[in-house]
Design a protein around this ligand. Structure first.
Ligand code: FES
Ligand SMILES: [Fe+2]
Length: 385
């Protein structure tokens, strides 16, 4: 079987049905390079990408890099304290300038030593004396759109489209009691995963798998979707009799619950999906984020950050107690990554197959339909039966 037009809306009719009647996305959505190219064009070029937190780059010259599709970006604090974003490419002949995160007084290109200030201005370009009409003022690093909410930094490769505030909709008001602006990211780790970005996101949007994949670790969790406005979805996750889900065992001595959150939130953990591929998790005692960086149709980088409020970080027992949180993330994440790789493998084998959704997969269905809304924009619509 081969397809003439991978973007014929009729092919996705079964996914568009209400959850209890809907089929899952066909396997090719996770395996076909042409499908991935369409996602890059229709989603990743125009969406907001989460990079990291402002508190990770407190001083002039501190930087983070974003490595994803459709390119690499430097996010750096300037001499005046402002944070800017630039394409991670030298204005001479395009060499990548920085990797990972760190701090530097100036950005020096590793090829011919052009030197940029922390605000992206080109300061020196040695050996360019004979170039006619060459003025360093015209060769600053190319800016990339940057926006933030409560210290969370996002970049976008296009100038057009909804603002970050419009994209996030009611998320800031939903989480205002968690003091998100006071969070500090105390650790980030990354994983290379041989799976399509959607498998990683879907995994984080349902608790149906927890009793199987995390049988020996997290155990079975319960969940219910929360109504949202904007380009995000939200799952309330809970386990009867347990307060925090951020440590494997509460006996290990969890850190205190945020005193400002309403009582009914103290036994719930909210898993979100900021479309397309960022997850912010707000727990009663901690916050963590997952950022999926698609690399190709079957390869992704997953970055995981751990955040706590300043009050908690300054406790004498923080260093000791935070180890239990790291253990939880370092245990559950590889379990999820391994199952996503198994799913990727199966989808190559059965690339035309479609399954069915269970009742706990509301947000997996929602992500599939959000993705289809984006990639089928402009295609003739198929009336639903
Ligand atoms: S490519 Fe950067 S200085 Fe030549
Ligand atoms: Fe999981």
């Amino acid at each position: 079987m081969s397809l003439d037009n991978l973007f014929d809306p009729k092919l996705y009719r079964e996914v568009r049905k209400p959850l209890s009647a809907a089929s899952t996305l066909p396997g090719w959505c996770y395996t076909d390079p042409a499908f991935f190219a369409r996602e890059v064009d229709k989603i990743f070029r125009g969406c907001w990408h989460f990079v990291g937190r402002e508190d990770e780059i407190p001083e002039c010259g501190d930087y983070l890099t974003f490595d994803g599709i459709p390119g690499s970006v430097i996010v750096m604090r300037s001499q005046s304290g402002e944070i800017n974003a630039f394409q991670n490419a030298c204005r001479h002949r395009g060499t990548r300038l920085l990797s990972g995160s760190g701090s530097c007084r100036q950005v020096v290109c590793p090829y011919h030593s052009w030197v940029y200030a922390c605000d992206g201005a080109l300061l020196r370009a040695p050996g360019m004396d004979c170039a006619i009409d060459f003025d360093v003022k015209n060769y600053s690093l190319s800016p990339v759109t940057l926006s933030s909410w409560a210290g969370f930094l996002f970049v976008r490769f296009s100038d057009d489209g909804p603002s970050l505030q419009e994209w996030l909709g009611n998320m800031p008001s939903f989480f205002k009691d968690y003091e998100p602006a006071d969070l500090k990211c105390v650790r980030r780790v990354s994983f290379d995963v041989g799976a399509n970005w959607k498998f990683l996101m879907e995994n984080a949007l349902e608790t149906y798998h927890t009793g199987t994949v995390h049988r020996e670790t997290l155990g079975r969790q319960q969940s219910e979707p929360v109504a949202t406005e904007g380009h995000w979805s939200c799952l309330r996750v809970f386990v009867a009799g347990k307060q925090t889900l951020s440590v494997l065992s509460e006996q290990e001595g969890a850190l205190p619950v945020n005193p400002y959150i309403p009582r009914e939130r103290t036994t719930s953990t909210y898993f979100t999906n900021i479309y397309p591929c960022t997850q912010f998790v707000f727990a009663p005692d901690s916050m963590w984020w997952l950022a999926v960086r698609p690399q190709s149709v079957n390869q992704s980088r997953l970055e995981v950050g751990s955040c706590f409020t300043e009050d908690v970080i300054s406790r004498d027992d923080f260093e000791e107690k935070v180890q239990a949180y790291f253990e939880r993330w370092d245990t559950a994440t590889p379990e999820d990554n391994a199952i996503c790789e198994a799913q990727q493998s199966g989808s190559h084998t059965a690339s035309f197959a479609q399954g069915r959704f269970g009742q706990e997969e509301v947000l997996v269905h929602a992500l599939a339909n959000w993705m289809l809304d984006q990639i089928l924009k402009g295609e003739p619509q198929v009336p639903q039966e």
